[in-house]
Design a protein around this ligand. Structure first.
Ligand code: ATP
Length: 543
């Protein structure tokens, strides 16, 4: 079964060290997440795969790593100070502050055409607060999303030291256009790629790492001659879609959506979104825009911009004249891509039916848990509803829903209900023996590439051979770990759950003929290969 709710992914991520709530020892900071030991490997692999595809494997691209803090004038002339805002409304009844365009879109089934249309709908009481249902909403007003801070030891209070945490990496590329052009002797068309943090004071962050206030972008600005922009745009749309597919994303979960005229940013001639079918529905993974010559002109000295020191332009040898290139911008999110790969890779299944009487006992306990939650006082209504509906669905579907019970048993809020102890007492053992959760991640993305086990951990010869094999694989550049903390079946299950494509077992035969068992995560097939040839064999499968 694929992941039907984001909670399943959140639960796996917390349980297995992919992603933790940030600053949890102080109760956390809403919608802020830390990537744990496996999450950092996965996200690094996503960023590496992107860099390899858009920089190293092409002849027309350069890389860049610009500073997060930039001269404030960058954001003045890019238009962000004046226009980088989202419309927000306040609910007078429950005091929440939702994004008014999202409320409009969810309730009217289409995007609004602007602030005026949103406010007409609020005035006519056609839309309601998504939290409490009240139609008593304030008129929507723009809220600038840039985080402000100040440079220097003294905050003079007059904005003289004001700087912003960059809300996108793109501007760092535009203002370096001339530097890269001159130093790398580039001819059009060529592009610049950058990966880095961006910050937006989002009004309604949420859906786990999908929308956060601090995130990482993977952006390209591709410079072309005016007139060659439309073909370059189409080529990048195909290229970027392919990248996700080549890394194993299912094609039925990825679509290309043309932005409508009223959705386009003021600088864009055309924009296409690559959308992924997340558990919460189709949502943007990456935007690919034709930004025309807007940005290079905006940062060039002109009557509109007396602050710029020069002009960002290109001398065309063929035409013997200066021109301002057009720009195609494929702009992806590293966190969103990582989340999409996780959702796409997830599968849980019942591997064998537990005895009927054990299922019946567990069903009674889960139903009793749902009733206890329903009676519980002082629990937030949304938490209550989430737990009750999850427990009822699990109870009704047992034993097929056994894999889902694992998430419920590990839910922090569920743990505060007394009967959960009994659910765990019975459920953990049954789930362990009868279910299998697998992340079918592409081997190049998987946090670990290979795990090596000795058949018996108390046999020094097996342990030594397994450890030295692990060291050799690591030296060959494969991310390898050694583990002997459980029986082989259990170790396989743990590695399946984190997406490790290959597990290697060193057994007594290995001591005689240097062959080992290689078990494939997806097919669960085992084959015997020669230990000294393993690194080459696995490296070729990674390509
Ligand atoms: P959205 O409409 O979802 O707010 P956007 O159109 O404002 O996104 P862009 O400015 O085009 O996003 O940014 C490019 C990419 O950066 C997005 O496709 C997404 O992958 C990522 N991104 C943008 N905002 C966030 C965020 N708050 N959290 C995580 N990733 C983000």
């Amino acid at each position: 079964m694929p992941a039907t709710s984001l909670d399943t992914i959140v639960s796996l991520c917390k349980r297995r060290g992919f992603v933790f709530p940030s600053s949890s020892v102080y109760g956390g900071l809403g919608s802020t997440w830390d990537y744990g030991p496996l999450g950092v490997e996965l996200k690094n692999n996503v960023k590496r795969a992107w860099w390899r595809s858009v920089v190293h494997e092409r002849d027309d691209m350069e890389g860049l790593d610009a500073a997060i803090l930039m001269n404030r004038l960058v954001w003045k002339y890019s238009g962000h100070e004046a226009t980088f805002s989202d419309p927000m409304t306040d609910c007078r009844a429950c005091k929440t502050r939702p994004r008014a365009d999202h409320v409009f879109a969810a309730q009217k089934g289409r995007d609004p055409k602007g602030l005026a249309e949103i406010n007409a709908a609020i005035e006519a009481k056609e839309i309601a607060c998504p939290k409490c249902g009240s139609k008593d909403l304030t008129p929507a007003r723009p809220f600038n999303l840039m985080f402000r801070t100040s440079v220097g030891p003294v905050d003079s209070g007059d904005d003289s030291g004001l700087v912003y945490l960059r809300p996108e990496t793109a501007q760092g590329i535009f203002v370096n256009f001339g530097n890269v052009l001159d130093t790398m002797r580039r001819k059009l068309p060529f592009g610049i790629a950058q990966v880095g943090k961006a910050f937006r004071n989002e009004i309604t962050p949420g859906n786990f790492t999908f929308r956060t206030r601090e995130f990482e972008q993977m952006e390209i600005e591709y410079f072309v001659r005016p007139g060659e922009d439309e073909a370059a745009h189409d080529a990048w749309i195909a290229e970027r879609k392919n990248w996700y597919l080549q890394l194993g994303m299912r094609k039925e979960n990825l679509r290309v959506r043309e932005q409508e005229k009223h959705e386009l940013a003021h600088y864009a001639k055309r924009c296409v979104d690559l959308e992924y079918l997340f558990p919460m529905g189709w949502s943007e993974l990456e935007g690919i825009a034709n930004r025309t010559d807007f940005d290079l002109r905006a940062h060039s000295r002109s009557p509109e911009n007396p602050d710029a020191v020069g002009e960002l332009k290109y001398f065309d040898q063929e035409q013997k004249k200066h021109l301002v290139p057009y720009v195609i911008e494929p702009s992806a999110g590293a966190d969103r891509a990582t989340l999409a790969f996780l959702c796409d890779a997830y599968e849980d299944a019942l591997v064998k039916e537990p005895p009927a009487e054990e299922t019946a006992k567990l069903r009674d306990l889960v139903e009793s848990f749902a009733r206890s939650v329903g009676r519980r006082e002082g629990m937030a209504a949304d938490v209550k509803q989430r737990l009750v509906s999850a427990a009822e669905a699990i109870a009704a579907g047992l034993p097929a829903t056994l894999p889902r019970l694992i998430g419920l048993m590990e839910d922090g809020e569920a743990g505060s209900i007394e009967v959960m102890k009994k659910v765990r007492g019975v459920g953990e053992k049954i789930a362990e023996e009868h279910t299998r959760t697998v992340l079918h991640l592409h081997p190049r993305l998987a946090p670990l590439t290979v795990a090596v086990f000795p058949l018996k951990r108390n046999d020094a010869r097996l342990v030594e051979l397994a450890r030295s094999l692990k060291r050799d694989l690591q030296k060959a550049g494969l991310r390898a770990v050694y583990d002997d903390t459980g029986a082989i079946g259990k170790l396989y299950r743990r590695q399946d759950e984190i997406g490790t494509p290959w597990c290697i077992t060193v057994d007594f035969q290995s001591l005689e003929d240097q062959t080992v068992t290689v078990r494939d995560r997806d097919s669960m097939q085992q084959e015997r290969l020669k230990a000294p040839e393993l690194a080459t064999a696995l490296t070729s499968r990674l390509a």
